[in-house]
Write a protein that binds this ligand. Structure first.
Ligand code: NAI
Ligand code: MG
Length: 358
């Protein structure tokens, strides 16, 4: 059978994004060379805050068409200390997610052997959750405005947008994801007590879609109660679906509960596969550790593994995950996980593991 060949757009962008994407590319190249089951080529796109400072915009004209010519994208982080975050985020990441309709943001959360949850309620079994975030509308639709600037009565609105189409497609994706996992359990998170329009539509659509998935056991939670449940009863949870804002917050908390935001990956998927999907660590630019060589590269490497899985190289993805787990277990951990390894130490350990086992 002919080998699959993948062309990947690499967009490290800002801060530790540069360090962790470089690390992920090194690891994936070593994996491809060793397994010989696929070939992969990364093309560097220099988008980000330095590009913005030189060109007055974060991405060039035609950027979406450029991206469409690739099989997938691997993204680092956008955000710099001297540019307001809403400019950088809307200039780069949200300028891609929305127009490419990458409507499903998938955030697996797991502890590995060797990594530890700060929670007493999580025992040696660890956690294994799957968080599905609506990624194209909701609270981050950009609807709203400001008026009466500078007055005491200055007014700002931030309007959340919920469409039946948008809710239905993410709900279906979430039920399918839950169905594909051993537990077959889904929790639909809303805030339909105080938000009586969009969130009520979420509840209604959840009920409709659930009828097509009789083997999935599902329940509903209000988002505030969900934070309590994640901490008090972590083993009652498997797959979670919710809005853009709610899952942004819940998934950061989940990453911390699993040990560190430095290991949390995410996929921005177009489940219809019309557009290339984008894979990125959950974390940001991390100014406090940029350039120090201690950023945990696992979130980016795990994101690259999810990319391989999406590209249907799932055997390679499984092997990469097994290498990550063995390296964590061996104690080669960066400071965020309580160790003293550098980014390079972790990369070298994973590459050595790949050479040794495959
Ligand atoms: P952050 O995720 O950059 O950092 C939060 C804390 O986690 C920091 O103490 C940092 O050192 C630590 N951390 C993050 N990633 C780590 C890693 N791989 N290894 C070890 N420690 C790690 O979030 P923060 O500080 O709120 O944001 C910094 C900048 O990043 C801002 O400009 C923000 O807008 C941007 N950002 C961008 C995101 C994206 O591009 N998707 C996501 C989140 C933030
Ligand atoms: Mg976030």
């Amino acid at each position: 059978t002919p080998k699959s060949h993948y062309r990947i757009a690499s967009i490290p962008a800002d801060g530790i994004g540069q360090e962790v994407i470089g690390a992920a590319i090194e690891v994936v190249n070593a994996l491809a060379k060793t397994l010989q089951t696929f070939t992969i080529e990364f093309e560097h796109l220099p988008w980000g805050t330095s590009y913005y400072k030189g060109h007055g915009r974060y991405i060039p004209e035609g950027a979406l068409d450029t991206l469409r010519s690739f099989d997938a994208g691997l993204f680092g982080s956008v955000g710099a200390p001297d540019v307001p975050d809403h400019i950088s985020l809307w200039g780069l990441l949200l300028a891609i997610r929305g127009p490419l309709q990458l409507y499903a943001n998938v955030r697996p959360v797991r502890t590995f052997p060797g990594t530890h949850s700060p929670l007493k309620t999580i025992d040696e079994r660890g956690v294994d959750w799957m968080i599905i975030r609506e990624n194209s509308e909701g609270e981050y639709a950009g609807q709203g405005g400001r008026s009466h600037l500078g007055q005491a009565w200055e007014t700002a609105t931030e309007v959340a947008i919920f469409t039946r189409i948008g809710i239905e497609r993410i709900m279906r994706f979430a039920f399918e994801t839950a169905q594909s996992r051993p537990a077959k359990r889904l929790t639909v998170v809303t805030k339909s007590n105080s938000m009586r329009n969009g969130m009520v539509l979420w509840d209604e659509v959840a009920l409709e879609v659930s009828k097509d998935f009789p083997d999935v056991q599902w329940d509903k939670m209000l988002v505030d109660a969900m934070t309590v449940r994640m901490i008090a009863k972590p083993y009652s949870i498997d797959t979670i679906v919710g809005t853009n804002l709610h899952m942004d917050i819940i998934s950061d908390m989940a990453a911390a509960l699993a040990g560190s935001i430095g290991i949390a990956p995410s996929s921005n998927l177009d489940p219809t596969r019309k557009n290339p999907s984008l894979f990125e660590p959950v974390h940001g630019s991390a100014f406090d550790i940029t350039g120090k060589g201690v950023a945990n590269p696992i979130a980016a490497i795990w994101s690259a593994a999810e990319m391989l899985r999406w590209l249907r190289a799932s055997e390679a993805a499984d092997k990469l995950m097994a290498s990550i787990e063995r390296v964590c277990q061996s104690g080669t951990l960066t400071p965020d996980l309580g160790g003293n390894a550098t980014t390079t130490d972790v990369v070298d350990a994973i590459i050595n593991d790949i050479y040794q086992f495959y």
